[in-house]
Every structure is written in C-alpha cells, then in structure tokens.
Design a protein around this ligand. Structure first.
Ligand code: PLP
Length: 362
C-alpha cells in the first residue's frame, strides 16, 4: 500500500538509546523502575491528571480497572468499539449488556443506557475515536444506579472536555499505548483513577497482589518494563508535534471531503485529537466497493469497527442495536499517522472522492 491506514510514530533512536543506557546503568529493567516513575509523572503533567497508573497494555488496563473497582455482574457498554471493550468484560466473568449509540457522536447513548432494566455492576462507555462521551449524563446515571463508570479512553489521549482533560471523568479511564495509537510505548497502557486508594489497590493487582512485599489479594502481572518506558518517554517528547500534525490532517480531510461523505459529530466541549479519520458511506455496499477501489489505488482503509460487538458476542445477538449495526456496516477509517503530509492527505482525499463518485455514477 502506498498509503497504509496507520504507521507507528518511530521513537527517535538517539534519545531512546540514552534512556536505555540510563536503565542499564540503574540496574533496574522492570518492576516500577525509575523510567516508569518518570513517565508516570510526565504523563500526569502533560495530560493534567492525577492517580495515573502505567500498565503493560490497554487490554489489561480495562481488566485491572474492573477488578480494582470490584465490578461484578452485568455491565452496560457500547457495541461500537474495538473488540477488547467487550472481550475484557467476558474475560473477567462479567456480562456485557449492549445499549445503542447516538447516530451522530457514535458514542454510547445515555438514554439507551438508562433504559437498561435490572441490576448492573458498572457502565463502560468508550470515547470513540477520541470524541468525548456525554460524560455529564453518564456520570449522573452511574450515580443513580450506584455503580462506577469506567471509560475505555484508548482513543482519547490529549482529548479535552471543556478546560480539563477528558480523562478526569469517570471512576477510571483507561488508555492504550500500543504502537498504532496516537501516543505509544510500543506496548503499554495506563489507568487514570478518580481516587488514590483505588489506584494503590490497582497497583498491587498489577504486581501479583503484592503490597509492601506481602500478598494482600489476587493479582496478575501488568507491569511495564523500563525499555518500554524508555520508548514512551521518547515518544512523549515528540507528542506535541504528533498531535499538531494529526489534527491538521483531520481538518484537511474534512475540508476536502465535505459534502461527499458523513463525519462523526464531535462534542461541543472538545476538539478532534486526530487519533482516527473515520468516514461514513451511504451503506454497506457502497462502503465495500469504495474500500476495494481504494485498495486498488494504493490507499489502505480499515472497517474500524466492524462488526457491531453485539453481533459478535453470542448473548449480544439477543440485544439488537440498530444504530450501531448500521454505523459499523458503513464506516471506514482513512490513513492517518504522525508523519502524514498535507500532500498525502490531498492525494488520498482525491482518490476517495474519485472512488465514491465513480461508485455513485454506477
Ligand atoms: C487499542 C484499544 C484497546 C486495547 O489496547 P491494547 O493496548 O492494544 O491492548 C482497547 N480498547 C480500544 C477502544 C482500543 O482502541
């Protein structure tokens, strides 16, 4: 593919190797070492959050968050997300209850969530493509039901809600630092907790249940190595530029494709962080044909997210979510990465326009 759908931001090697030399000199290669500690502090400061706990990936971040908050039973969640949102619930013995999404923001619809009957143990919404959920309504719902709200914020690095970080909403918000994400440490993730005690409990869970050297409960291994923290520190030094370029690319795509395809409607409380570039085609048939035509002309795209997760989860089949199903059938993510140039965006947008127009002309 001339234009891959994604490409990891490559950590500057000279900087990365200086951090690795530092790790080697410290003699500590993992277990909450000095670089992991430094990355925690720098992320808290960059994002404007407290109680951030680094973990080894964004999937285990969700699992640890559920455990630390003592979630049990049925969990209201969105069907329009990456499979990890649902699979982590199942993996932890929880039961996803799918509520439909808003057709414009593509996030969990608070009214659909409120309509779920029966006892629930938590609400797990996703800030899809980095777009802030209706956090005020979801917070109120969590309160009314007396359950925690845990945001899968894997797409929301750098997203803001009003004048504060979007990650300050919820009892916990989880991040993924996978290589293809906006900010990354090759593999990695984090959880931002509302309160310090929960964060400390989660830290013990990440380290086999050990607290001050004593087993205090059930745990797993979710620690980040110093070499991964070194990659994270290196990419963090590049992240302002990454955000600028991705935001500019989104704005350019939207200008170039305006009137041709539909876009996700962004929250009035924030601005796109450039994590993804989704477009909505007329229907599934148009979506598949445009995707095939783009592949022929060297443009990689991804049906992210397809299928709707209620259709993937056996019990979810019994919970129809027509808006999410229709959205999943016609969404395509276009190429976006940290070093994409405006000339690349213009070229890709031109190819998209041709593919869509030819398809519609029959
Ligand atoms: C990437 C992603 C995850 C999983 O993160 P990993 O770091 O790859 O384990 C979870 N949820 C969403 C919405 C994601 O996009």
């Amino acid at each position: 593919m001339r234009y891959p759908v994604t490409r990891p931001a490559i950590p500057d090697f000279a900087r990365y190797s200086r951090y690795v030399e530092q790790a080697n000199a410290s003699g500590t290669l993992t277990n909450f070492g000095p670089l992991e500690t430094e990355l925690t502090a720098r992320l808290e400061s960059f994002l404007g959050v407290e109680n951030l706990l680094i973990v080894s990936n964004g999937t285990i971040a969700l699992q640890v968050a559920y455990r630390a908050l003592g979630v049990a039973g049925r969990v209201i969640t969105t069907p329009f997300s990456f499979v990890a949102t649902t699979s982590t619930l199942r993996w932890e013995g929880l039961t996803p209850v799918f509520a439909d999404i808003d057709p414009f923001t593509l996030n969990l619809d608070p009214l659909a969530a409120a309509a779920v009957d029966g006892p629930i143990g938590a609400i797990v919404p996703v800030h899809v493509y980095g777009n802030p959920c209706d956090v005020v309504a979801l917070e109120r719902l969590g309160h009314e039901r007396g359950v925690p709200v845990i945001y899968d914020a894997a797409h929301a690095f750098g997203s803001r809600y009003g004048n504060r970080s979007l990650l300050t909403w919820g009892d916990a918000a989880t991040l993924s630092f996978h290589a293809t994400k906006l900010f990354h440490s090759v593999e990695g993730g984090a959880i931002v907790f509302r309160d310090r005690d929960t964060r400390d409990r989660a830290k013990a869970i990440c380290n086999f249940g050990l607290r001050d050297g004593v087993i205090g409960g059930l745990g797993t291994n979710a620690k980040m190595s110093e070499y991964h923290a070194a990659a994270g520190l290196t990419v963090l030094e590049q992240v302002d530029e990454i955000l600028d370029r991705r935001r500019a690319a989104v704005a350019r795509y939207q200008r170039e494709l305006d009137g041709l395809v539909e876009f996700q409607r962004w929250s009035a409380e924030g601005e796109p962080n450039g994590a993804y570039m989704p477009i909505l085609l007329a229907d599934e048939s148009e979506c598949l044909r445009v995707q095939a035509r783009l592949a022929d002309t060297g443009v990689g795209t991804r049906r992210y997210f397809h299928p709707s997760l209620n259709q993937l989860d056996a019990e979810g089949q019994l919970q129809p979510c027509p808006v999410a199903e229709r959205t999943a059938s016609r969404v395509l993510c276009l190429p976006i990465y940290s070093d994409i140039s405006m000339a690349d965006v213009d070229a890709i947008a031109g190819l998209v326009r041709t593919a869509v127009c030819d398809q519609r002309a029959g």
